[in-house]
Structure formats: structure tokens, C-alpha cells
Write a protein that binds this ligand. Sequence first.
Ligand SMILES: Nc1nc2c(c(=O)[nH]1)N[C@H]1C(S)=C(S)[C@@H](COP(=O)(O)O)O[C@H]1N2
Ligand SMILES: [Mo]
Length: 417
Amino acid sequence: MGGKKPGFGKQLGDLHRWNAWITVILAVTGLLLAWDVVRGWLNGEARNPIKQLHIALGVLSAVLIVLYTPLMRRHLKQIRQRPRQKGNLAFVLVLLVGWFLSGIVLWQLRLFPPVWANAALLVHDLLTWVAVPYLVFHSVTRIRWMKQPERRAIKTAPAASPESSDPDRRRPYEEPAPWINRRQFLKWSIGAVIAVTAAPPFFRWLAKAGSGFTSTRDVMGTDANPNMMLPDPVPLPDSVNVIGGGAQGYFRPYTVTRFPKFDSNSWSFTVNGLVDNPGKWNWEQFLALSRAVQVSDFHCVTGWSVYKNTWEGIPLSALLQQAGVKPNARFVKFYSGDGVYTDAISLEQAGMKDVMVAVLHDGNPIHRDYGGPVRLIVPAMYAYKSVKWLERIELVEEEHIGYWEVRGYDNDAWIKA
Ligand SMILES: Nc1nc2c(c(=O)[nH]1)N[C@H]1C(S)=C(S)[C@@H](COP(=O)(O)O)O[C@H]1N2
Ligand SMILES: [Mo]
């Protein structure tokens, strides 16, 4: 880094160090937010603070790029003869800018139509998959001990003077030539370990991200359904035929508890609160209610979507009509059978024709992991309103703030057209 003007090398070094640490924390917080496994142990309380930290650091990392631009010319001149360093620089800049731009869209998701969010999430994820193994390798091999002895010596011996008469001071760190270059060997081993551990999940992810169309079995998971719901709901003809060719995309199974499990012997569905005719159904009675079919898109507020789902179920408006909503009722509150998750919409919103208490997806019973036997669907809103394992609907007067809304999500969940 030996710039001519004093301070240039130090400026670059400081930027590099800040960037390195910020990127490490961004990677850790980002993985905590994105990873299915971790999503389970992070309870709802932790998610929003981690997300805020991730966003703040993302902005900070953009500030570093701004600070770097005036130094860039000189830096490029300095590394003109070093293709490896130039390659590294280009890669890191592309990464940071790509992460930043896609991050802005994910941060301000509600300002964009869902396809933008889908694209941003894909870019954000793809860059992460490529970058994290590279950055781990880059950092580990930059640990002083890993470097070639000559290069370590240059870096760590500013006090050594070439004019010194003492030969030991002139070349202070010279070591005997290593047998089969141990460091090189270690570097490549680390690279290999990273490649072997990161590659399989990466290709699995790529295969999923790249395939637009998926069969219902894949969409809802290939495992046998852990719920014990008998009889099977018989689908309507339209639902069997799966209008529009079937769902496109993958659901990510979300839960804020351990996955609950249901049995038709003990399952029941309730509509009560401010209604004239409260109702309670067992599974068989519930399946006897008349059902409708709709095709709609499903959008999570974290950027993923599943398009063209064929849902079959009972329109919420039909349930409410049958219950006879009292004039003082203003909100409809939904309870999940997980015992924790709730959400609510206004009575007016509940009147939308496509709000549905769904029993079948693409002609199959809804898998337990995805909210079966019965889940709510509110296609016009982000999916945190679509309560899974729905088993009770209550008409209330006071506004209710749902599980995720208490923890930072906007109570207004409308999706931009
Ligand atoms: N009971 C319950 N319902 C829930 C959730 C949840 O964690 N628990 N997550 C919500 C969110 S944020 C989304 S995106 C969708 C996810 O549906 P899926 O798990 O079937 O993909 O369910 C919504 N309904
Ligand atoms: Mo979501």
C-alpha cells in the first residue's frame, strides 16, 4: 500500500478494515434473517432488531463506497500491475453495489410491485451464495501467518531499514524455504472445504430459484402430511383441474412456534364474538360447508412469491353472513391453532370476495407445514395476514394488532398493484 502521499495507504487500509468488519456482520445478520433453520430458533422478538441492524449496516457500507470513490483512481494506478488485486477489487465492488441496490428494494419493498421484490431477493441471495465462501477464503488467507514469508516480512517490519549494517535487521523475517509450501497447501485445503460444504446447498437453491413451474407435491412439500385429517376433503372439479397449470414458485414454511399437528378427532373450527349465530364445526361438518375456487398470487413481505395458486375453500364473507355479524362489530380477528399467532382485518376488508378460508391447494389437502388443514388467504395483502392453522374467527369491536405487526410489520398490508 506504499502510496507517495503520506496517509493514502492508511486511508485505504482503514476503509478495507471497516468494510471487512461491516461485511462480516452483514453476512451474519443476513444469514440469521434468511436461513430456514435459524428462523425457527429466532423468535419473533429478535427478527425486527436484527433486520434494522442489517439495514443500518447496509447503509453504512454504501457510505464506505462513497468515501472510497475519490481514492479509487489512485488505487487503480497503484494496482495496475496486479491482476489479482484488480480482480478482487472489481468483484468486491460489484458485490457491494449489487447487495446495496437489491437491498434498497427489499428494505422499501412496499413501494415496489412484487416482481421487483422477487428479483431483488434473487439477486441478494445469489450474491450472498457466491460471496460468502469467497470472503471466508479471502479473509482466512489474509491472516498474516498464511501469507508468504517474504510478504509477511515486508508488512510487519516497518522498522527495518535497508541501510542497516546488520543483515538480520535488513531481512528480519526470512525463514528457511518451507518444505512443500505448507501455507499454500493450507489455503487450498480451506478453499476445498468451503467449496465442498457450500456447493450442494447452493445448487439446491439454484435449482429451486431457477425453476418457475413446480408440481403441487413440490410446492407443498413431498413429505407425507403429518396431520391426521379424515376424511380427505374431496376437491371441486375446477380445483382438481388446477386452473392455470398449477402454482408457480415455492412456499417457504414459516412458523413462530414448533409446527403444530392436527387430528380430525379433536380439531374444530369456531366463529364467535359479536355475531348472532356463533358456530362450531368438527372436521366432517366443516367439509360439508359449500366451497368456492379461486386462483391467486401469494406474496411474502420478505420478497418471495408463489403465483397462480388454485385455492379451494369457504369464502370468508359466506361464513360471516351465516354468522350474522352484529352492528357493533368492526374487525375480524383470526386465531391460529398454534396457540400464538393471530391477525385481524377490518370488517370492510373482510368483505373482499377473494378472502378465503382455504382447505385445498391445487386440488390437494394443504400440508401441515403450510397451514393445513385450514388456512386463511388474503390475496390482496402480504401473507402475514394469511393466518396458518386457522381454527377460530372472532368478530370484535376494538382493532387487534397481529403477531408480526406488534413486532414491526405494518398493520397496513396492502400490496401495491
Ligand atoms: N400461524 C402462522 N401463520 C402464518 C405465519 C406464521 O408464522 N404462523 N407466517 C405468515 C407469513 S409472514 C407468511 S409469508 C405466510 C407463509 O406461509 P407458508 O409458511 O405456507 O409459506 O404465512 C403467514 N401466516
Ligand atoms: Mo411473510
